[in-house]
Design a protein. Structure first.
Length: 106
């Protein structure tokens, strides 16, 4: 269970320069019902994005959430060790619909 949790919640997985999508099955039942196409959508993926050129006074978690929401569903904002988002960029973890081209997300 620990390995499963680590793999599913870990960073993006790539194979042969392609994004490998992993999704946890929901519910219990036979293998056929768990692995059916209808029950697994594979339509979104979480990415850590870096937002550059943010004015120093705007480097906060609230601004990170606001800017991240313009791209997709915000999962987390990295506040660093001190929790104050100080640095060259803001790091925001965003869930993006991968069925749409990236240009439509921005």
């Amino acid at each position: 269970m620990d390995d499963r949790r680590r793999v599913l919640s870990g960073a993006l997985w790539y194979f042969d320069n392609a994004l490998l999508m992993l999704e946890e099955p929901v519910g219990k039942g036979s293998i056929e019902s768990i692995l059916s196409i209808e029950s697994m959508t594979f339509n979104s993926c979480e990415f850590w994005i870096q937002i550059y050129q943010v004015p120093f006074l705007c480097t906060s978690k609230e601004i990170g959430w606001f800017l991240g929401e313009t791209i997709g569903f915000v999962v987390d904002v990295d506040g660093g060790l001190a929790g104050d988002c100080v640095g060259k960029f803001l790091r925001v973890r965003v869930r993006i619909d991968i069925n749409k081209p990236l240009r439509q997300c921005l």
